[in-house]
Design a protein around this ligand. Sequence first.
Ligand SMILES: Nc1ncnc2c1ncn2[C@@H]1O[C@H](COP(=O)(O)OP(=O)(O)O)[C@@H](O)[C@H]1O
Ligand SMILES: Nc1ccn([C@H]2C[C@H](O)[C@@H](COP(=O)(O)OP(=O)(O)O)O2)c(=O)n1
Length: 273
Amino acid sequence: MLCGALLSAHELFVESDRGLAKQKKVKVVFVIGGPGSGKGTQCQRIAQQFGYTHLSVGELLRQEINSGSETGSMIHSIMKEGKLVPSDVTVRLLQQAMQGIDNDKFLIDGFPRNEENVKTFENLTKMEPEFVLYLDCPQDEMERRLLSRNEGREDDNIDTIRKRFKVFMESTLPAVEYYESKGKIRKVDAGKSIDDVFESIKAIFSQGKDNNKPANLQLVAAGPSSAYGSHGASLLSLLPTPIAGHEPAFKVHSWRLAEKQRPTLDQPYLEHT
Ligand SMILES: Nc1ncnc2c1ncn2[C@@H]1O[C@H](COP(=O)(O)OP(=O)(O)O)[C@@H](O)[C@H]1O
Ligand SMILES: Nc1ccn([C@H]2C[C@H](O)[C@@H](COP(=O)(O)OP(=O)(O)O)O2)c(=O)n1
């Protein structure tokens, strides 16, 4: 078996209408940005155009508050201070929401907000996002937008807004850096008009569609200069030179290449044919 610890597409067991468990491959895209950067606004459009289910973590937390549960009152006292809710609570609400929806593509808005969110999500779901959309917006623009949002949110007052900005800088940006180091950040300038921001986002999601190759595509190593690009070439340099007219002795597993893992002889990227 060639997979690593985390999978981009993970098997979730969901209850079908008849109560039977069925397996489902799930893809997630995280959407990160400061408060007021336009996450909710853009997620609605992405969901509509690209067939994702939009889950706003802030909205899930507000629903829990409205349910009147004990957890809800704990969440309420944290959110009105502009602080972050403990990750186990947040991730469990997210998991529950995902399990109740019959779609395999989720857009998770407002997540992760810190490194603890990242680790808890990885530990509990064994998944990682396809990519992370980062809406990068100047703080004065975000402040203007929040002060005129008019949704009656208790945390949209100037004191709490400033605290939320501080949390974003101190806690969320390190999570952005983590995904940056994994090559998963897709950053857009979110300070522009709603339509212009969506144009940049559409380009990212359309690219994703073009790159939607089968996960276990195998390339057969046929010899040097056989059009596998530099990764293929570096793998091939580890192999004995094939003899002309003979079947190649190895297959190269291209999903390893897609994960940008360095090929080594003791890793099973290469398989005897
Ligand atoms: N690009 C934009 N230009 C101007 N106003 C915007 C833009 N994107 C969103 N808004 C408005 O700013 C406010 C905050 O947007 P929202 O999507 O709720 O942000 P977030 O989910 O990141 O907190 C909303 O009132 C929204 O209508
Ligand atoms: N992963 C998350 C997401 C939101 N929260 C809490 C803390 C945030 O200030 C509030 C509101 O988040 P929401 O995404 O709805 O709104 P803003 O992006 O802050 O405008 O929810 C959290 O604790 N953990």
